[in-house]
Write a protein that binds this ligand. Structure first.
Ligand SMILES: Cc1cc2nc3c(=O)[nH]c(=O)nc-3n(C[C@H](O)[C@H](O)[C@H](O)COP(=O)(O)O)c2cc1C
Length: 223
């Protein structure tokens, strides 16, 4: 009888230990589950961030972007180009002749200068550009094109850019700087050479124009 009692007590103890072991392991596994499973609210906010990032990228693609292209021999047009880019959050593309114009080349008072020769000989006005096409050209809806006035028209280094690109579906805004001449027919002549695009009238700025003046013009353009 004593042996039976001892055996019974032993079995009871084994059963109790087994029961305690199961109880101890249950909270641990619950804690693990809690750490590895995000709360429903966390899960949905992560999903929202991903969704909104995707929609910003999509809307940039859908709305198109603005590009400012310019040629500037002595820096005045470049200054205006940078004002426009800053105000419109645009990309900038500088047109650079393979053979840049030196100060002597630009001396219009010298009958033997490069620029006077080119002016007198329209066939010599073809200026090879380092790059005449713009990466991701199709992503731009609005293109500002800037140049100095040379003898009343657009400085001819921009001509190669106009010829090399298709402006279909783009709003094109010419702008120029000069000492005293107006925009004249410069924009219309470029539009004619391009043959495509919706060309606005454009604007002439004096050399050294204030940034505020350029900003006001942009606000009135409404694009
Ligand atoms: C070859 C040459 C021709 C120019 N012709 C004119 C002109 O017909 N009318 C005018 O007002 N300014 C004329 N200018 C002055 C430039 O248009 C003016 O300085 C312009 O702001 C220069 O721009 P940039 O610094 O971007 O090259 C001429 C300048 C050069 C070098």
């Amino acid at each position: 009888m004593k042996k039976i009692t001892v055996l019974f007590l032993s079995l009871l103890m084994i059963f109790n230990f087994a029961a305690c072991g199961n109880q101890a392991s249950t909270p641990q596994s619950t804690a693990e589950n809690t750490e590895s499973t995000p709360e429903p609210s966390e899960q949905s906010s992560e999903a929202l961030i991903e969704d909104s990032t995707a929609s910003v990228a999509e809307s940039n693609d859908a709305e198109g972007k603005t590009l400012v292209v310019y040629y500037s021999a002595t820096g005045n047009t470049e200054e205006v180009a940078n004002y426009i880019a800053a105000a419109t959050n645009a990309d900038v593309f500088e047109l650079e002749p393979v053979e840049p114009y030196s100060d002597d080349d630009l001396d219009w008072t010298d009958d033997n200068s490069r620029v006077v020769y080119e002016y007198d000989n329209p066939d010599a006005r073809t200026v090879e550009l380092v790059e005449a096409t713009v990466p991701n050209w199709e992503s731009y809806d609005t293109v500002f094109i800037g140049y100095p006035i040379w003898w009343g028209i657009a400085a001819w280094p921009v001509d190669g850019f106009i010829e090399a690109n298709d402006f279909t579906g783009k709003t094109v805004v010419p702008f120029c700087t000069s000492s005293s001449s107006g925009l004249g027919e410069s924009g219309e002549l470029l539009a004619e050479a391009a043959g495509t695009g919706d060309w606005l009238e454009g604007e002439r700025f004096s050399s050294g124009v204030l940034e505020e003046t350029v900003q006001t013009w942009l606000e009135n353009l409404g694009i």
